[in-house]
Design a protein around this ligand. Structure first.
Ligand code: TYM
Length: 326
């Protein structure tokens, strides 16, 4: 069975892009792989937060993951900061990645451009992400398109470490779904859907009221030529709706385009498909949110299961570098 690892930041409510690009695959992979899923709270600290914010978001995010179908009995679900091993391994990897490589990360450039205070953690972020992944002898990493470069650098770091110090790490592969890997903003379809978007009208929160979801999709930006065709560069708005409908229903967006002559029915069907997807998740989330102690138990158990996997990998890295035994 392949080992799967993925992570998500507790930086506020999840959106439809997280669900279609990543979480749907997290859930499906549990049937056929050994899955480890992590709420990466340390990564969330790379952009300064109010005291208490990340902790509260961590609990809520865990509940939303479980509501989506991440099943703590069939996978390992835990919080990054509960295992100091991530930081230890992160340091060993930081010393095996160059300033130049980290400077080329598109997400670093994007995120550092918008702020006055750029933390050192934001810069070294990919080394910690690499530790998350290779600390679990991971074969496959289900992520959206925006994480492709981070998985590439993870592979480079693992390969470099193996060639410097001898075979230590499994070199992982990204799994990026054919549909839904890059859900775009509904108002600005040239930008990806994100929590930090200027206009909330362009982003569908997983906990948005369903009437609001419907309204946002019906008001999504399309274009003037009234032709339903899947062509992301010439028709980004319409193609985004086709991708959303495709990812929500398991259909191919280009084939879906043939079924529609007008934008109205496409929007109606997309809204219905998204609401069908979100409705049971929201109901389950509200049940889980009523019992925070149960979430704490899930995370304690998850950390214990994760520790058993990462400890020997960290030992292997220390031994192969040749650090003196503790
Ligand atoms: P994060 O928290 O930004 O996003 C979580 C997952 O959601 C995907 N995603 C999208 N997919 C499609 N369309 C979108 N508009 C969209 N927006 C987000 C992301 O690709 C991701 O799969 N660096 C990571 C967290 C991380 C991680 C890891 C991931 C830390 N360690 C180890 C994998 C393995 C991040 O910030 O994801």
């Amino acid at each position: 069975m392949a080992r799967v690892f993925s992570g998500i930041q507790p930086t506020g409510e999840l959106h439809l892009g997280n669900l279609l690009g990543a979480l749907q695959n997290w859930v499906q992979f549990q049937d056929r792989h050994q899955c480890v899923y992590c709420v990466v709270d340390l990564h969330a600290l790379t952009i300064p937060k109010e005291p208490g914010e990340v902790g509260a978001n961590t609990v809520a995010l865990t509940q939303l993951l479980v509501a989506t179908g991440v099943d703590p009995d069939r996978c390992t679900l835990f919080v990054q900061s509960h295992l100091h091993q991530h930081n230890e391994l992160g340091w060993l990897l930081e010393c095996n990645v160059s300033y130049g490589e980290l400077s080329r990360m598109v997400q670093f450039k994007d995120k550092s451009e918008q702020r006055d205070f750029v933390s050192a953690g934001l810069f070294t972020y990919p080394a910690l992400q690499a530790a998350d992944i290779i600390g679990y002898d991971t074969d496959l990493v289900p992520v959206g398109e925006d994480q492709r470069q981070h998985i590439e650098i993870t592979r480079d770091i693992a390969e470099r470490f193996n060639s410097r110090y001898g075979q230590t790490f499994v070199v992982p592969e990204a799994f990026i779904p054919p549909t839904g890997a890059r859900v775009m903003d509904l108002q600005h379809p040239e930008n990806k859907m994100s929590k930090s978007a200027d206009s909330p009208q362009g982003t569908i929160g997983m906990l948005d009221d369903l009437k609001t979801v419907e309204k946002k999709i019906k008001r999504a930006v399309t274009d003037n030529d009234a032709e339903v065709r899947y062509d992301p560069s010439a028709k980004p708005g319409v193609s985004n709706l086709l991708s959303i409908l495709g990812a929500a229903t398991g259909a191919d967006p280009a084939a879906l385009a043939d079924r529609y002559e007008q934008y109205g029915p496409l929007k109606t069907d997309t809204a219905a498909a998204v609401c069908d997807l979100l409705s049971p998740i929201q109901a389950r989330y509200h049940e889980l949110a009523a019992d925070p102690a149960a979430t704490t138990d899930i995370l304690r158990l998850g950390a214990a299961k994760a520790r058993v996997v990462i400890d020997p990998v960290l030992d292997r890295a220390r031994t192969n570098i040749g650090l003196t035994p503790a």
